[in-house]
Design a protein around this ligand. Structure first.
Ligand code: DGY
Length: 419
């Protein structure tokens, strides 16, 4: 165990670029929003100052309207596409023009709770609080202007689960625009069979071009986009992050009514995502009002936010049990019984460490400690058997995607103490 922890710390150090951690050399050479949050948890296990630094660097990518960008291009690097010139956001440092799952308030609270250096943690959390609040205000304003309680994502990359089959039908409605010839770099680092397909990339880029042409103006994007989804994963993580933001507000004696309002709205909005017939949560295509049939690992994230009733949680656990009958390692990113399940291809089947970590905490919240333990054991077995990969084959356990991957290393460090 000591050796594996040592390896994990070495990976974080090797991926450290002086203030921020890249997810993986070559494949992802910049700072990514939700990756960095998990990295901070890992850093905190042996260098708390460095953990807070990670988050400070993240907020260099915050826009004046509060948005936190999903990539911050701190230093130019030719190994990644689409780079800053494609996004052309005019932010300094250059950033992408979209966001990613909002786990940062949750991570700030966890860093505070785990802190050995209480003063350091209090000072940093206090300083970050207004920036976190601005980010949440942006999410609830720009992405839920009609106050439905369901915040929209406008690009599959915002969900963090880029090529999930849950987005297929919605993405097919995105018109492919005239794109200048481009060369993907990801498939020069990782086998094509483990990455999104070319037709998906054309549409990812078409969305970016459309947003760039609209100057990333939030109202225009929300009104005119051809990809508008209430992602059960993103919404659940925001609901949990609102809960954590509320705890921070109370700790710092800040007003809390606005946050309580978001939480209340979120709980009501979430009822629209619950499918009582199947006993599962489903994402919603906000352009058509249609529920998305494909069930993914995101459907279990509401547990992390305390959203299901005890009975609903039991039904979610039953689904997980069926998934566990189909694959050796939980939690595959797509229902293994779904025809779109592809055990090797990025978000279409593989197991992801951070998703297991989030779902396991959700399970513990509802008293399913044994199943939470299984999710943790599966991850440790995968890492011990195959190394620190980006994701893993849920049947064979083969390591897939990027190697020496930062969030895998970080969560290996941050998870053991929790049981
Ligand atoms: C990528 O490039 O694959 C990222 O997921 C987009 O953020």
């Amino acid at each position: 165990m000591k050796a594996i922890r040592q390896q994990a710390a070495d990976i974080l150090r090797a991926n450290d670029r002086g203030g921020f951690t890249i997810p993986a050399a070559g494949l992802y050479p910049y700072q990514w929003l939700w990756d960095s949050c998990f990295c901070a948890l890992g850093w905190a296990t042996f260098d708390e100052k460095r953990a807070w630094e990670e988050l400070s660097w993240l907020f260099k990518g915050q826009w004046p309207d509060g948005m936190l960008a999903h990539i911050i291009f701190h230093h130019p690097d030719p190994s990644y596409f689409p780079g800053p010139e494609v996004w052309a956001t005019h932010h300094d440092p250059p950033t992408s023009g979209i966001t990613q799952p909002p786990v940062v308030a949750t991570i700030v609270r966890q860093l505070l709770e785990r802190a050995c250096d209480r003063t350091l943690a209090q000072d940093h959390a206090r300083q970050l609080y207004p920036k976190l609040l601005a980010f949440h205000r942006w999410l609830h304003g720009a992405r839920d202007p009609e106050h439905t309680g369901l915040v929209a994502v406008l690009h599959p990359w915002e969900t963090g689960m880029d090529n999930s089959p849950a987005w297929d039908t919605t993405l097919e409605q995105v018109p492919i625009v005239q794109l200048p010839p481009y060369q993907r770099k990801d498939t020069s680092h990782v086998a094509e069979t483990q990455r999104p397909r070319p037709k998906d990339y054309d549409r990812y880029l078409s969305l970016v071009v459309g947003y760039r042409e609209r100057g990333y103006e939030p109202e225009a994007l929300y009104r005119e986009t051809s990809f508008k989804v209430a992602d059960v994963g993103f919404c659940a993580l925001l609901q949990r992050a609102d809960e954590d933001l509320l705890a921070l507000a109370q700790m710092f004696g800040e007003p809390s009514a606005e946050i309580e309002g978001w939480l209340d709205r979120g709980r009501k909005g979430f009822r629209k995502l619950w499918d009582d017939h199947s006993g599962i949560y489903r994402s919603l295509n906000l352009s058509t009002g249609e529920s998305i049939p494909v069930i993914t690992s995101a459907s279990f994230l509401p547990l992390f936010a305390g959203l299901p009733s005890a009975e609903e949680a039991q039904r979610l656990v039953e689904h997980l049990g069926h998934w566990g009958d189909e694959v050796r390692y939980l939690v595959p990113s797509t229902d293994p019984a779904d025809p779109h399940f592809e055990p090797e291809r990025y978000w279409r089947g593989p197991v992801w460490v951070q998703v297991n970590w989030l779902i396991a905490q959700g399970l513990k919240r509802y008293g399913y400690a044994a199943l939470a333990g299984r999710l943790r054991e599966d991850i440790f077995e995968l890492v011990e058997g195959s190394g620190f990969h980006e994701y893993y084959h849920p049947v064979t356990g083969e390591g897939l995607g990027g190697r020496a991957f930062s969030w895998t290393a970080a969560l290996l460090l941050a998870w053991p103490g929790e049981g």
